[in-house]
Design a binder for this molecule. Sequence first.
Ligand SMILES: [Zn+2]
Length: 189
Amino acid sequence: MRHEVQWQNCPREDAGEHAWTVVGTPPRGRLSVVCISHNLTGAMVHFWNNRTIGCLGEQCDPCSKGRAKFWEGYLAALRDGTLDRLIVRITEKIGGQINQFLKDRKTIRGARMQFDRPSRSPNGRIRLIIDDGLADVPEKITEPPMRPLLLHIWRFTNLATVEQDPQKRFDVQEVLVPVSTNGHARKPK
Ligand SMILES: [Zn+2]
């Protein structure tokens, strides 16, 4: 029997479909996206061991140690220009603004959003500008299963296996540094 490499001219089906990068609004420059999600996914969270994790209510470690909790929202989007698949973190205030848009338009899918921080400080207030029209998002670009994906990000692996389809492994990467450090939005190549 001969040993041969099975060369292929394309990756296996669905390769890359589950690769998502979690981003927030950079202190400088701006984050421009087209929304894939139809609505928001949010939860009460804590900042814990230098990252955000969901609050588990009565069995919650950070709660039992008296740590503050706050609402954080997430939406799936494509980065304008590069089409990178992103999970965008939003604050409760921005969530309220998006909710208003949702009430008017019934969906945020296709909404073009620009996030920035006018004060240019890492914790400065976030400004969101949403274009009036909705862009066409190809049907095959679908929102990832947000809840299992967030459980994965929070490393709640026990809970994740309950909700997560075991066939679908996530390839999620969290960006904790600003997208752009030169004061300008990064230009798509
Ligand atoms: Zn908690």
